[in-house]
Design a protein around this ligand. Structure first.
Ligand SMILES: C[S@@+](CC[C@H](N)C(=O)[O-])C[C@H]1O[C@@H](n2cnc3c(N)ncnc32)[C@H](O)[C@@H]1O
Length: 252
């Protein structure tokens, strides 16, 4: 999660603004989870602001897959979070609450381009007044062939690390190592060809305008990192903060 430092800064500002209102419950929605990363990041940021801020947060996680909801529920019990899981497709989901903060992290690449405007508008309509939606998603590089090859090399290196950890007994599984490693090998190219990949920041700007949401900030972040000795790959992401509408020329 290369955008974590910037995400922490943005989430911290949004939660701190809400925490300044006495006794307010802070409604945080994670739209599409995969794992506990976004839930944990928000909870950690809230706790870092002040322990009582975390106690005022209510977390709702939506996903069409049950597994992320189960791991998030377990995480919530472990850390005493006020938590609700909503299974189902985001495209059909009912408003879970009047949200102060909504996070969509790496979700739009799963949503076909034809559905993205409607989905962003729908999720954005869940915002409470002065609520904020954070949209973070990969933007493909101009040389997406090289990027796809880099992704395969990255996953190959990760699979090799998993294999070594299994051999050393550092990693233990409830099924045989052979079964898990076979599955990892078969899914090596799974990240390729998602239906909603972004190709430019301009494309994301147009999506935001068409959704009816207001752009509060829109940034393109870029990284270069090593996946092996002398093997660098590049990535870029959009990180946007959106609001619901304008009042007297100001986002509300
Ligand atoms: C790449 S993962 C998200 C990763 C996570 N947000 C992060 O970056 O830390 C995508 C998640 O979105 C969920 N998802 C994709 N399309 C969805 C849809 N239409 N409705 C609900 N969940 C969806 C998938 O089940 C998966 O858990």
């Amino acid at each position: 999660m290369f955008d974590r430092p910037e995400l922490i800064r943005l989430i911290g500002k949004i939660i701190a603004d809400k925490a300044a209102l006495p006794d307010k419950t802070i409604e945080i929605v994670v739209a599409g989870a995969a794992d506990t990363a976004m839930l944990a990041t928000c909870a950690h940021v809230a706790a870092t602001l002040r322990v009582d801020v975390l106690k005022r947060c209510r977390f709702t996680v939506l996903d069409r897959c049950e597994t992320p909801l189960l791991v998030c529920a377990e995480f919530a019990v472990w850390h005493g979070l006020d938590f609700d899981a909503r299974p189902g497709d985001l495209i059909l989901a009912a408003q879970p609450c009047a949200a102060d903060l909504i996070i969509t992290h790496s979700i739009f690449r799963f949503i076909p381009h034809a559905d993205q405007v409607a989905l962003l508008g729908r999720i954005g309509s869940w915002l409470a007044p002065a609520g904020r939606l954070i949209l973070s998603n990969r933007i493909l590089l101009d040389d997406d062939g090289a990027e796809a090859k880099g992704e395969i090399r990255k996953r190959t290196a990760a699979n090799k690390a998993a294999e070594e950890a299994l051999v050393k007994g550092v990693l233990q599984l409830s099924e045989s190592a052979k079964t898990t490693l076979g599955r990892l090998k078969r899914s090596i190219a799974d990240a390729a060809g998602r239906p909603g990949e972004f190709r430019s920041l301009g494309e994301v700007g147009a999506l935001i305008r068409q959704s009816g949401l207001v752009e509060i900030s829109l940034d393109c972040l870029a990284w270069e990192f090593a996946i092996g000795p002398g093997d660098l790959i590049r990535r870029r992401r959009v990180l946007a903060v959106l609001g619901r509408g304008m009042v007297n020329g100001l986002a509300r």
